[in-house]
Design a protein around this ligand. Structure first.
Ligand code: DX5
Ligand code: ZN
Length: 226
């Protein structure tokens, strides 16, 4: 894995819930609070209904994030993600995660991500069995368990994700980072870590707060990360 950051334990703020009119300042607040993985949710209006962020925004944040020693973790909720991997890599992505539900060519997409010089992740929706990831375990740097249905921030954590995380952890090589995304907050952070996750994405729980830096610190503490 190119980025040792992904194997460490981190709370990864998702900019999806940030104030986009002051995006650089908001990212600066969480970097100053200690964030070292910045999660970017890319949605295409097809795989999921909303349209969000493209390579332009990744490129706009890349210098600020990298100069803090942090990495950009791009979560592609788009159909046929393999077509856009190179563009996100050029924009400054460090890790790129695709959904097997969005492409018939998961193995090819992971190879394309590595070819582009990034770490490769695969994310599965709540209804998708874990076996799809086990088949490509040796080609993965990161496995992402969606603990809500993809598309929106601020949804309730799906409790069955805890057992799923544990199955993912035990079924994948130990070098594969395990990320959980959706409904992570002060109340759920401890349980997802206990289930085996080392990367916790949090959007609304961080940026929905009046003080994102304080919220970041509180959730990281609840996770036992500091
Ligand atoms: C949802 C995205 C998440 C989202 C999480 O489709 O993948 O990363 O930002 O939001 P919260 O933390 O509010 O559940
Ligand atoms: Zn995400």
């Amino acid at each position: 894995m190119a980025n040792e950051r992904l194997r460490e334990r981190h709370l990864a703020p998702s900019i999806l819930s940030a104030d986009f009119a002051r995006l650089g300042a908001q990212v600066g607040e969480v970097l100053a609070a200690g964030a070292r993985v910045i999660h970017v949710d890319v949605m295409d209006g097809h795989f999921v209904p909303p349209i969000t962020i493209g390579p332009l925004i990744v490129g706009a944040l890349a210098d600020q994030v990298h100069s803090s020693g942090a990495v950009i973790d791009v979560h592609l909720m788009i159909e046929r993600p393999e077509a856009l991997v190179a563009e996100f890599a050029r924009a400054g992505a460090d890790a790129i995660t695709v959904h097997p539900e969005a492409t018939p060519h998961l193995h090819y997409a992971l190879a394309a991500i590595h070819e582009a010089g990034c770490d490769a992740g695969a994310a599965i929706c709540p209804g998708t069995p874990t076996g799809v990831l086990v088949e490509v375990g040796d080609d993965l740097d990161l496995a992402l368990c969606m603990s809500v249905n993809p598309g929106w921030g601020g949804q309730k954590f799906i409790a069955a994700s805890l057992g799923k995380l544990a199955r993912m952890r035990s079924g994948l090589p130990e070098t594969v980072a395990l990320e959980v995304d959706g409904g992570v907050n002060e109340d759920t952070a401890g349980a997802v870590v206990d289930a085996g996750a080392n990367l916790l994405v949090a959007g609304s729980a961080v940026f929905g707060s009046d003080d994102p830096a304080a919220a970041f610190a509180q959730i990281a503490a609840a996770a036992g990360f500091r």
